[in-house]
Design a protein. Sequence first.
Lengths: 192, 332
Amino acid sequence: MHLINIKVHMLQQPTVARMQHTESKPAIAGFLQRRPRWAPPAPLFLLQPVLRRIVQKIAENNPDMFGRLGPHYRAVFVIDPVNLPFVMLLRPDPDDLMLVARRRSEISEHDARISGKFLDLLMLVDGDLDGDALFFSRNLTITGNTEAVVCLRNALDDIDDSIAEEVADMFGRPGRAALMALRRMNEKRETQ
Amino acid sequence: MIRPELVCPAGTPSAMRTAVDAGADAVYCGFQNATNARNFPGLNFTVPELERAVAHAHAGGTKVLLALNTFPPAGKVDLWKEAADTGARLGVDAFIVADIGVADYIARTHPDIRLHLSVQAAASTPESIQYYCREFNVKRVVLPRILTVPEIKLMADEIPCEIETFIFGNHGLMVEGRCSLTNYITGLSTNMDGVCSPAAQVEYIKDDEGNLSTRLGEYTIDCFSCNESAGYPTICKGRYLTPAHDGPYYAFEEPISLNLSTLLPDLMKAGVTALKIEGRQRSKAYVKSVVSAYRKAVDSIMAGQDPQISDLLALTEGQKETQGAFKSKTWR
Ligand code: SF4
């Protein structure tokens, strides 16, 4: 066998199956999720200052994480919760942080894209789920600059405290209640 | 039966703390350079991080084993020597080595620190292991994943050192420490640069129908249809075409992980004194689940009970598990 002739074939004819978005809807995104299908997209401008505060807070609390990003701290990542009506653009540059919401049709130039269900992404960021396992089960998709994604994953995974709790605390009791509801939803999902 | 040491992976300080909390007897880790076989971007320890991590692990009664298990290219040995000197200064409990030059340097310079022979040395006969013990005072050998449990038992009777075997994780089947597949395609060496399938040369391409192609360098090494479990982008787990086979097939190994949970009592009876969990590149969620599961299993065996084995299938590559050669030489 000559490796130089490596070719690839699919073992079976792929069946056309789009991502299934059947998971129950997270409370934290309730106001976005409850809208009827025909309604206009949620007003993302309302989210922008909240996202800015979130990313600043995470950076402030975890300054050591940036070292693990190596040369990729300026990379732009699309975080795509496939069952929400928007994506987020993240640039983890400590001097020029960015976390903004965008409609899928308005995604600008980026280096990598990380797609998965919202709860999976949340649990992943929070160190409660293993990214490789999610990838093996095809519940996580990575495209673009793989090395940048690996660096981001390792940077986030080295954070001891719960990022979700840090964010929830920013919003006081309603924030903590929303996180509790999300975690319950995840536990229920795991036991099903 | 000797109580075995549970040896657990730590790719980051946080993963190390997780392993300690989950009941690791020892953790193994490496520096952020080519001196270890998991030289992945964003992974591993800086010197100050390792210093703090050693203190934390020792406070919890956990040993720290420093992996210096790659082979220095000619003229670059100083990096390995410096890593050994730094590890000694920080108080690591053992070095895991593969190269005889590195082994020789540590044996002469830091004779009070234990030397473990890495799986990367691929020492699989009593004669070769005896040689390492005699020449470098090696205290433990990590056996390649090619021996059956009865063969391990025979080995235990013939060698003057402890035996460590892998019990969970990656199942790559080339002769360990000799695999040049990555080198062939990317120009980087698993054994000298410490990285198999460097992420900078890995690309995933998803088509409109949900099929996922994995590319390494210029080569597509697999394509998973939309409902199929995926594996790592390693060449040994790729699907290939040859005239001898109808259609593409896994030439070396399929995406699958080793899981020896049900063989634990046999391994312990065979004289294995250290049980190793692979996965420094994995998350702390993986570390927590796998270490806790094996901690419980080992403790129940030691207490004379049936081992309680948790289901770890969700964490396995390709969502499949095997007992590999430990169970039978014809596992595929
Ligand atoms: S290609 Fe497979 S066998 Fe070779 S180093 Fe990589 S994981 Fe190991």
